[in-house]
Write a protein that binds this ligand. Sequence first.
Ligand code: ADP
Ligand code: MG
Length: 672
Amino acid sequence: MERKITEVPGVGKKTEKELSDLGIRTLHDMLTFRPRAYDDRRQERRIRDASIADPSISCRITVLRHSEFSSKGGRTLKVSAEDDDGTHIELLCFNRYFLKQQLRLGSSWYIYGKAMRNRGIYQISSFEIKKTKEEAGIGRILPVYPLSGNLSEKLMRNAAEYSLHALSPIPDELPQTMYERQNLIHHSDAYKNIHFPSSMEYAKAALNTLAFTELFIMELSVLRERKQGARKKSSPTALEKKLVSGLPFTLTEDQLKAADEIRADMDSPIAMNRLLQGDVGSGKTLVAWLTALHAIAEGKQVAFMAPTELLARQHADGAAALLSPLGIRIAFITGSVKGEGRRLLLKSLKDGTTDLVVGTHALFSEDVSFKNLGYVIIDEQHRFGVQQREALSRKGSNADILSMTATPIPRSLALTLFADYSVSVLHSMPKGRIPVKTYLVNEGRRDEMYKSVGVEFQRGHQAYFVYPRIDDDGESDLRDVTTMFEFLKDKYPGVSSALIHSKLPDDEKMGILRAFKDKKIQYLVATSVIEVGIDIPDATCIVIEHAERFGLAALHQLRGRVGRSTLPSYCFLVYGSDLTEEAKARLRVMKETNDGFRIAEKDLEIRGPGEMTGDRQSGFLHLKFANLTSDLDLVERARAEAERILIEDRGLLKAENAVLRTALLTKNAKEL
Ligand code: ADP
Ligand code: MG
């Protein structure tokens, strides 16, 4: 039975709620609640020690005199005092008139706070005053916690202290030998020192131990779940060969290798969980279709899930063009497919007359069921939540899963969040691709840019113009698609164009994209709806306005809309006048490199890992002590230990590993 936080004296109904907002419901939660900083009061600091650089004082004072002065708030108490050196100080007791009773003339107190020197006199207005040295925390390092509502540091410290005592003796959480091997401190010391460290070195050692433990338990649980199976080489079926021989190009080495890896997984009895990573335009979709044929040849059904209706339709079109001639029966499902059409479609999935279904998250609606779903492909996987992906794979028994992404995953994340995946990577681009040339454009060079795009139109090539807003709401000076659509019509008379943004119905959006693909439209004026996945080979220019407002990943995705054929392509990043340093850094990265992996690393540097993990982070990872950006070394050590333990004692049956079995059980219980 877990002991509730309400056990702590002074924690009533209201405080309980506020603590619960911070995730603290039990004494154990308090124990594992990490201070955001420490307040080092070990050194006694006399009044004379206060400086502008470090104004803190912590010492004993004796009260000399009371007086008053008037301020905005009315009468304010001023207490004059001196420390043991005889240095004078004035305590300005704003809103604390009651201190008059307490701070009697001649009485001694311990004070802690920040003093200022004002015309030669030390003054202090924010201070704590305590009867004893211990109460004032002098001689100790105190934790500073993140707070919410009316919580005070005092209450939090109290709760931490109480929890430490109430739960002691705190048992070890790792096998004995690991402490020595990994240079860790025992957990009773670690918890004590994360809250009330005896030195800053100890605080660090405590954090190191707790972070390691957290990462290690996570690695252990993920690696333990990971299924192991023998691999045998599998060969492509006749269907696959037929698809490849009909293509107007040859597959890249990496595409072939990825397809081999996927096939081998499919032909093993253990369900595949594989990530296909490849930069924008590297040709992931083809690998998906090719391997879909492998599953279909074995009588399985395939589901392909895309994050937006637009993308799903584009893929359904692509699949129809490529796979229907091979006799594959394809269906398309989204939330907007309704009525009789939907009924028939659902029936064909259930009775197995559809081989391949392409759709949005509507694929895992409750009414969708399959005869024999054997292969699930998830495009742009970072756009989906864990729950969504899992819901889809549950529709098949033991279905193989391929998650595709153009967002490279930095190593620290690959080792933790994605530790349960095997990975295939498309490093190389299809033959003949010319890297997109990127220009940074300021207002002064706008006309030049319009001219360059005009030249591309004369060559029969196509373009995208991207703006951050749909229409002008009068409040900002951002350019919007609606206004710019009209403006560009004047700029390029006689050149056909269309406006596309998220508020248009999907059918209309799709109609526009088809017309664009068929070259009936020469340029699109768009919001970032075109960001992900849209594939129009003859588009050679993309103009992104207010580029400073887009994140690196989004810019890279947008730029990836061009350079998808052997034609030279151009990306114009138009920026405003007052750029932040961060925005400048981002634009420079875009100009310097086309390499999605470099861009992702830079992104991680500039932004931290939060966004890159999507809701894998929230659904799966609750890291309290470890930091995936800075603790790569710790991640690798935790991983190595987890692998070692699982090799030595996969069932965790050894006595010294009993603690780990308990830890995994608790972890699983918490996540349910
Ligand atoms: P992404 O990896 O960004 O999803 P796509 O799968 O959309 O990329 O592929 C981009 C374009 O490259 C598509 O038009 C596709 O037909 C084409 N493509 C794929 N593989 C090859 C290849 N081996 N050689 C030439 N073009 C290819
Ligand atoms: Mg794609």
